[in-house]
Design a binder for this molecule. Structure first.
Ligand SMILES: [Zn+2]
Ligand SMILES: [Zn+2]
Length: 87
């Protein structure tokens, strides 16, 4: 089993997808409270992180909170926890 953690790469990375991810990330930086965009990695439900890959089966991130501003990617959870501690 191969385990990978990639942010915003639910499909094979295409230039468009890459751009989309960057736009999302930019948006999430500018508007950290934007609903539906992870404030850490900028993923959306259309562009979710791949948390694990097992052949054709992929496990995607989901939302950690109801407002959908933080996804369940472990690196995002860790980053958010770090910020909460620093605040
Ligand atoms: Zn995330
Ligand atoms: Zn995610």
């Amino acid at each position: 089993m191969i385990s990978v953690i990639m942010c915003g790469t639910s499909e094979l990375t295409t230039p468009l997808q890459d751009r989309f991810t960057r736009v999302c990330l930019e948006l999430s930086r500018k508007y950290p409270d934007l609903d539906g965009v992870c404030k850490e990695c900028g993923c959306t439900h259309l562009n979710a992180c791949v948390l694990a890959e097992n052949g054709d089966e992929r496990t995607f991130c989901s939302w950690e909170n109801n407002r959908q501003t933080l996804c369940t990617n472990p690196s995002c959870l860790a980053a958010a926890a770090k910020k909460a501690r620093a605040a």
